[in-house]
Unconditional design. Structure first.
Lengths: 191, 219
């Protein structure tokens, strides 16, 4: 049987040593390490829910679900993968609860692998790709609304239209954006 | 009642997203699930790189570190055993090994939260607090439930000692209940009788000034 962990106070000051057993670093450092990993998870989740309150709630859920499981030990290469797998599961539950859908219907979000780069870059690149695949009017309405933060009235004025028409165009543009394939930069224009 | 038009439904959600608000979805919104999920992605992308706020990071850190024991394994040790391995991998260094469960013992908990640097935060007048009831307050990154006993106050952490969930005050039962699992605590922070042992809640510094103001030691 492996040695039991000592009381938390005894962890301070421990250092990493060569060998197959990880010596416990200072508590504050261990927490910093955890937070750095969860920072990536937070960005990953934020990129999918688009708002801070939900991103914070879901990140906390990931921490709660993943940390106790990690105590069982896991290969180093699987740690981050495990956190992101947990994040995908939490996101799936979030969408299915909020929209009343089965997780199978949300396969696109759930099937994503661990992002190869910083999630924010991945997110912005994908948004750019989506907008580039849309027709001019659809792209314009989403750019004005999301990138420039225009109100519907301002968009209507800019595009010489009415608020009602812009509202419908926004819906159609989002529907078209949802049809842009996720991994095809040269996707055809969605009408 | 007329059903909400899809364009109005989606614009309501888009407007909330653009204001940084939580996604408030209703049953019928599923019909526009593709539009809603892509709107959330565009809203996120438009806001640029996102990092945890310092407040949330502090709250998460406090939650990860607060209870010294979890019955069979410490959360801190879990962090080190799990995520410390990730750090080792990043640095090309060490490979960790799972630590074994600690025996059921030392579930006292109830340590005092002493933030450094800390500051006394005014959370209201003594008269705002009612004996027999509890009120949750935030003193920077420290969340606490306060209880009045005549002219004095006591306070315990608002974070469960088992999982880092925010407790809620169950006025009917006179206990602090955890929304994440069946656990509850008495106003003094000791766990109520339940199937498995839990540490007590951490205590929070609270005082009543001569002017009758209640202050909590927070961040």
């Amino acid at each position: 049987m492996s040695p039991e962990p000592g009381p938390p106070g005894e962890e301070a000051g421990a250092v990493e040593q060569a060998g197959d057993v990880l010596e416990l670093p200072a508590a504050s450092r261990a927490t910093d390490i955890a937070l750095d990993e969860l920072e990536l998870v937070y960005a990953f989740i934020y990129a999918r829910v688009g708002n801070r309150p939900d991103a914070e709630d879901l990140t906390q859920q990931v921490a709660m679900k993943a940390i106790p499981r990690l105590r069982q030990g896991a290969p180093a290469s699987a740690i981050r993968g495990y956190l992101f797998a947990t994040a995908r599961s939490v996101l799936g539950a979030f969408w299915s609860t909020r929209l009343g859908l089965s997780e199978a219907e949300l396969h696109e979000d759930l099937a994503m692998a661990v992002p190869p780069g910083p999630p924010s870059v991945e997110s912005e690149e994908r948004a750019r790709r989506i907008l580039a695949a849309l027709s001019d009017n659809y792209r314009r309405v989403l750019e004005l609304r999301f990138l420039h933060g225009y109100s519907l009235k301002e968009v209507a004025s800019e595009m010489h239209s009415t608020v009602g028409a812009i509202k419908v165009m926004q819906l159609r543009a989002l529907r078209a954006a949802a049809k842009v394939p996720p991994d095809e930069p040269g996707a055809r224009r969605a009408q | 009642m007329m059903p909400e038009k899809p364009e109005n439904r989606v614009d309501r959600i888009v407007s909330d997203l653009l204001r940084g608000r939580r996604l408030k979805l209703r049953g019928g919104d599923a019909e526009e699930k593709e539009a809603i999920t892509v709107a959330a992605r565009l809203a996120a992308a438009s806001q640029g790189p996102q990092r945890m706020s310092s407040t949330f990071r502090s709250r998460l850190a406090a939650a990860l570190e607060s209870p010294p024991n979890e019955g069979w394994f410490t959360r801190r040790a879990a962090l080190v055993a799990g995520l410390g391995v990730a750090a080792g991998a990043v640095s090309g260094g060490l490979i960790g090994k799972a630590l074994q469960p600690a025996p059921h013992a030392q579930l006292a908990g109830g340590g005092l939260i002493n933030p450094e640097p800390g500051r006394w935060v005014d959370v209201g007048a003594l008269s705002d607090f009612v004996a027999g009831q509890s009120k949750r307050v935030a003193a920077g990154a420290v969340g606490a439930f306060l209880f009045r006993h005549g002219d004095t106050m006591t306070a315990v952490s608002s974070i469960c000692s088992h999982l880092p969930c925010e407790l809620w005050w169950n006025a009917d039962g006179g206990s602090l209940d955890c929304p994440c699992h069946p656990a509850s605590f008495q106003p003094d922070g000791t766990p109520t009788k339940q199937a498995y042992g839990l540490p007590a809640l951490n205590q929070v510094n609270v005082r009543v000034t001569t002017a009758g103001r209640v202050e909590v030691l927070g961040t």
